[in-house]
Design a protein around this ligand. Sequence first.
Ligand code: UDP
Length: 252
Amino acid sequence: MTAFSRPDGREKDVLRPISFEANFAPNATGSVLVSFGNTKVICGASLEKKVPSWMRAQNVAGGWLTAEYSMLPYSTHDRKQRDSSKGRLDGRSVEIQRLIGRSLRAIVDLKKLPGYTLWVDCDVLQADGGTRTASITGAYLAARLAVETLIEDKKLKENPFSDSIAAISVGIYEGHPVLDLPYLEDRDASVDFNVVKTGSGDYVEIQGTGEEATFSEVELAALLGLATKGCKEISTLQTTFLSQQLLKGLAG
Ligand code: UDP
């Protein structure tokens, strides 16, 4: 029997190297380039003095937070045509941007964004698996940095976020539950999960499917255990990054 090994040599419960670069897109109110190994996503947050028409029509108080997601044409190995030249929105992108928006709205008090929409745009610069979970992780940071600037600029009175949010993929690859799948593993995985958790440890969303396969209760518990470990580690990295950025802001 040959020993199990991952294509990039990581242990089953180890994340890819993760990094965050602040102010990658300086014209956004807050922005971050998030990298999970070779997956890189630009996340930019901007405020608009407007709420969606359904909120105005129903006289809903407060504001809104929403997200958009897309893959740049050169982010994939084969060029991916832009939606604007195809003339229709890609179903996968719509699903992912709704997931990003829902995840962020789980930890935001919309009443603290009165009359505003906070847009978080996630554009994949380089795709190597886990772009949606990297997007959620970076979108939170970009939004949080934007909030600091908006408070400084007196556009917002207080931070509308009550918690943080992080996300990671887990899956069963060659019969083994593994954390943070790059494309090669994602492509061949028999079970594929995306897990979103708050910094305080609650679940926001679990997307899990057997890809022409099934999974047992035991495997499910192993996958969620890996996701919890991953999200905890990401959450710690997010906290460190944000405190460094906020300190810089105070100094500057
Ligand atoms: N992918 C691609 N072209 C596409 C969609 C996906 O090359 O149109 C690749 C990309 O590396 C992506 C991976 O397949 O990260 C897995 O895609 P999936 O839909 O599972 O989403 P993700 O894992 O990126 O959240």
